[in-house]
Design a protein around this ligand. Structure first.
Ligand SMILES: *Cc1c(COP(=O)(O)O)cnc(C)c1O
Length: 226
């Protein structure tokens, strides 16, 4: 990275920050970004980073400062939990009982209590993962049986559409489920992860407490180089 690239990164970062009210967490989504780019943002004072691919995260983590909070935001397969279980700060996309079982087992193995978010399917598209709203409400009503996991909140992804009203509506639905669950998972249920570069505004309007922003901070992703 040259000086111009660092300046551009700092400008984009501060511009994103300036739109985010205090109390809302910003996770910088660093999938496909080099260790050098992540370190450059770290040097600006940023500590929370999000990755989508377990092997990529496992490779980057030891090359970067130990005080980074790593968020796993992608779809997690049970056979990949082992790559991130020793250090991951928050697992956002928990969408099955099988995954809860495996995360709980690995957390116990590492002597950790693992914070997780339950992913709720709110988009119109069939391809997005997540529990149905009825399923998370049922989980909230039943006794909790994964003693090494703490449910910190919910995560959702809106439809990939330019219809801002629809996106806002989907986020509001998620917010409603979040509010209904208040208290069900204990006092630490405080995180509503929704909003990415394209829909920060709608997410904040609907009460997001955590934004996952990649492109608006780092620029367009180049998957061919990853
Ligand atoms: C890639 C990704 C993001 C960030 O997307 P941008 O459009 O680059 O801000 C946020 N959340 C999830 C789950 C992602 O996969």
């Amino acid at each position: 990275m040259d000086a111009a690239a660092r300046t551009a990164l700092a400008e984009r970062y501060h511009s994103v920050r300036s739109r985010i009210p205090p109390g809302v967490t910003l996770v910088a989504v660093s999938k496909t970004r080099s260790v050098e780019e992540i370190k450059a943002l770290y040097d600006l004072g940023h500590r929370a980073f999000g990755e989508n691919y377990p092997q990529e995260l496992r490779e980057k983590q030891p090359m970067l400062p130990a005080d980074i909070e790593w968020h796993f935001i992608g779809h997690l397969q049970t056979n990949k939990v082992k790559y991130i279980a020793p250090f991951v700060h928050l697992v956002h996309g928990v969408d099955s009982i099988k995954l809860l079982d495996e995360l709980d087992r690995r957390a116990a193995q590492h002597g950790r209590t693992q914070d997780v978010l339950l992913q709720v399917h709110i988009a119109a598209e069939e391809t997005k993962h997540g529990f149905g709203a009825d399923e998370v409400l049922a989980l909230g009503a039943a006794p909790w049986s994964w003693k090494n996991l703490v449910v910190r909140g919910l995560m959702g992804m809106a439809s990939n559409t330019s219809d801002h009203a629809q996106v806002l509506h989907e986020f509001e639905v998620l917010r409603g489920v979040f509010d209904q669950l208040a208290g069900s998972f204990g006092p630490r249920f405080d995180t509503l992860s929704m909003g990415m570069s394209a829909d920060v505004k709608e997410a904040l309007a609907a009460g997001s407490t955590l934004l996952r922003v990649g492109t608006a901070i780092f620029g367009e992703r180049d998957y061919s180089a990853a």
